[in-house]
Ligand binder design. Sequence first.
Ligand code: NAD
Length: 255
Amino acid sequence: MARLEGRVAIVTGGGRGIGRGISRAFASEGAAVCVAELDADSCRETVAEIESGGGRALAVVCDVSQSDQVEQTVATVVREFGGIDILVNNATGAREENSFKPVLEHTDEDWDEKIAVDLKGSFYFMTRCFPHLCESRGKIINLCSLAGTERSVGFVAYAAIKEALRTLTGVAAKEWGEHGVTVNALCPTALTPGVAAFLESNPEAAERAVKNVPLGRMGDPEADVGRAAIFLASSDSDFMTGQTLWFDGGQTIHA
Ligand SMILES: NC(=O)c1ccc[n+]([C@@H]2O[C@H](COP(=O)([O-])OP(=O)(O)OC[C@H]3O[C@@H](n4cnc5c(N)ncnc54)[C@H](O)[C@@H]3O)[C@@H](O)[C@H]2O)c1
């Protein structure tokens, strides 16, 4: 039997990159997937890909930074699919495709966007899905980043907000364990449109990007990161909560 048969998942930012990879991977394991995405075209493309492969999916255009849109999305999924088992907070602010710049050049808007999308957007979805996840003893996966733990130069707002999201992950894991809801962080490395755009305009970083990966390559959004997400979404990870899964080809190795 498929590992997510009968489960219902919401994947935010599922229109491209890792979000699309996870959406496709979940559908291939039998889940019904709501792709909750700001960009209407890419949202529909992911859903069309899943449906053409025989899977079940729903496109919902949603700005995760708007709590009323999050509430509408959750209500739509419950109405269409009957509940929620898995939430993946994957959307990341994309106001500027290349947001690599020193601390002193970061603007108020850079911070506002990361707080609104990556942090508050995840909080909105977690809290609005919570009653449904209690019923299903469901699972939350929050996409975080080694940029945070490595204090990566050039990414202060992104790095800091991803660490705040890891903190939200840990606190919610402790508070919600008694309800059977697990909350974990996934820190991936994958060649996505977002990463490709960054590497294109930063050739030095592009050279380092693969050199720094012990396994010698960038991950694939579906074949690599999608499989890690399946583990965190399936009953194989039932006894794991509040943890960070580093899925980055060995870039992060802690003693
Ligand atoms: N790709 C990597 O190597 C890598 C490394 C570390 C962490 N991550 C994390 O993984 C996740 C996915 O990364 P990616 O590289 O696929 O990103 P991406 O930029 O390629 O895709 C992000 C998606 O989020 C959507 N989005 C942006 N703002 C939104 C909003 N307000 N509401 C709804 N959707 C919105 C975009 O339209 C896009 O489809 C992110 O959270 C990122 O921080 C990625």
